[in-house]
Write a protein that binds this ligand. Structure first.
Ligand SMILES: [Ca+2]
Ligand SMILES: [Ca+2]
Length: 130
């Protein structure tokens, strides 16, 4: 898994490094390299992201395991209201979120679609944390 994930994480860093000169001059402070994310790739990251949040490794996410800025968004995924977000609940909510953002229904999220949905930056930040 590490072999598959690292190039995906490294590519944006390489692209950002290539743009850093331009950013340093302040010409493109908000510039982010355009990227497309297909649904299967997105789905394949969900388990890792879920387990990264499950600090006590009990297989579910509880409110106390979340950073303050994530509590409302993640705990809203608790579909059965038991106070825990199970992997299945997390995956279902995230794929619903992906599909809602995928306006042209091609199962690929463009940067424009992520930005329009208001979660492009947040999604990249989530992916790049441990
Ligand atoms: Ca937990
Ligand atoms: Ca639950």
């Amino acid at each position: 898994m590490r072999i598959l994930v690292l190039p995906l994480l490294a590519l944006p860093a390489v692209m950002l490094a290539a743009c850093s000169d331009q950013e340093a001059k302040g010409d493109a402070v908000d510039f982010r390299p355009p990227t497309n994310q297909n649904r299967a790739d997105f789905a394949s990251t969900l388990g890792l992201r879920f387990h990264a949040m499950d600090a006590d490794r009990n297989g579910t996410i509880e409110q106390g395991e979340l950073r303050a800025n994530r509590v409302a968004r993640i705990m809203a995924m608790d579909a059965n209201g038991d106070g825990h977000v199970a992997l299945g609940e997390y995956e279902a909510a995230q794929l619903t979120r992906f599909d809602a953002a995928d306006k042209d229904k091609d199962r690929v999220l463009s940067s424009a679609e992520r930005d329009a949905a208001g979660w492009g930056t947040r999604n990249r930040a989530t992916t790049s944390t441990k």
